[in-house]
Design a protein. Structure first.
Length: 246
């Protein structure tokens, strides 16, 4: 391995333990015209998350008195090293569709829809820089935007009650070069033997677990180690979320 290639391989985890998150940063009210918003960073991954309260619900919910939470996700063309084309006709590709369904599904678990009235909360997650973990950063940031939007809606009377049921955060874990690692960046994720995304409540209950053996099957002990790492990361993220919405 040449000195140049070695330099590109080693520093990605240099100075960060296997059980250590990348630096997490927040800029609240990043989009002032949204009901709730933030710019969230997991290391070099940055996602703009907004929450917008819109009167009305999908037709199949009309007259139920309940609200709805849905999400959209996208990556800006220059968010990766090679330009990513915009979706044709405005519709996301297969990956984008899967991720936005994940975000909506996870965040609905944090809301009492019976206390929303017949309103829809749109969560928009736009990746401006991608370096691994975009879906987990989007979930974590979307919760903050959602909580702040619900507080604003309750304050001005658009939301009839306190609708938050609890908090939820998400983080990636994986096995890379035989080691269990927390919060993978792109260089780690791209060569992971096992890749997993975990969403958890602040109380430590699992909301979603997505795991796949990319290059090699994994054992029960490795699965337990990955889940312990994910619990550690989600606990740290929950503390950051509490400070952001306090």
């Amino acid at each position: 391995m040449s000195p140049k290639s070695k330099k590109s391989y080693v520093p990605k985890r240099l100075g960060r333990r296997a059980d250590q998150m990348r630096p997490v940063k927040l800029e609240l009210d990043y989009i002032p015209t949204a009901d709730g918003s933030c710019l969230i960073s997991f290391g070099r991954t940055r996602v703009i998350c907004t929450a917008s309260i819109t009167p009305g619900v999908p037709p199949w919910m009309a007259g139920s008195g309940r609200g709805w939470v849905t999400a959209e996700y996208g990556m800006l063309p220059a968010s990766t090293s090679q330009r990513k084309s915009r979706p044709i006709g405005g519709k996301p590709d297969g990956r984008g569709t899967e991720i936005q369904r994940l975000i909506g599904r996870v965040l609905r678990g944090a809301v009492r829809t019976d206390r929303l009235g017949e309103n829809t909360i749109y969560l928009d997650c736009d990746v401006i820089t991608a370096d691994g973990g975009t879906r987990t950063a989007a979930i974590t940031g979307a919760y903050i935007a959602l909580a702040r939007a619900l507080a604003a809606g309750k304050a001005d009377g658009r939301i009839p009650g306190s609708a938050l049921a609890g908090s939820v955060a998400a983080v990636s874990v994986g096995i890379v070069d035989g080691r269990c690692l927390l919060d993978l960046d792109y260089s780690e994720d791209s060569r992971a033997q096992v890749d997993m995304n975990v969403a958890m409540t602040a109380a430590g209950r699992f909301v979603e677990v997505q795991a796949s053996a990319e290059r090699a099957a994994f054992t029960q002990d490795e699965l337990s180690s990955l889940l312990r790492l994910a619990r550690r990361g989600c606990r740290q993220l929950a503390q950051i979320q509490r400070q952001a919405i306090k």
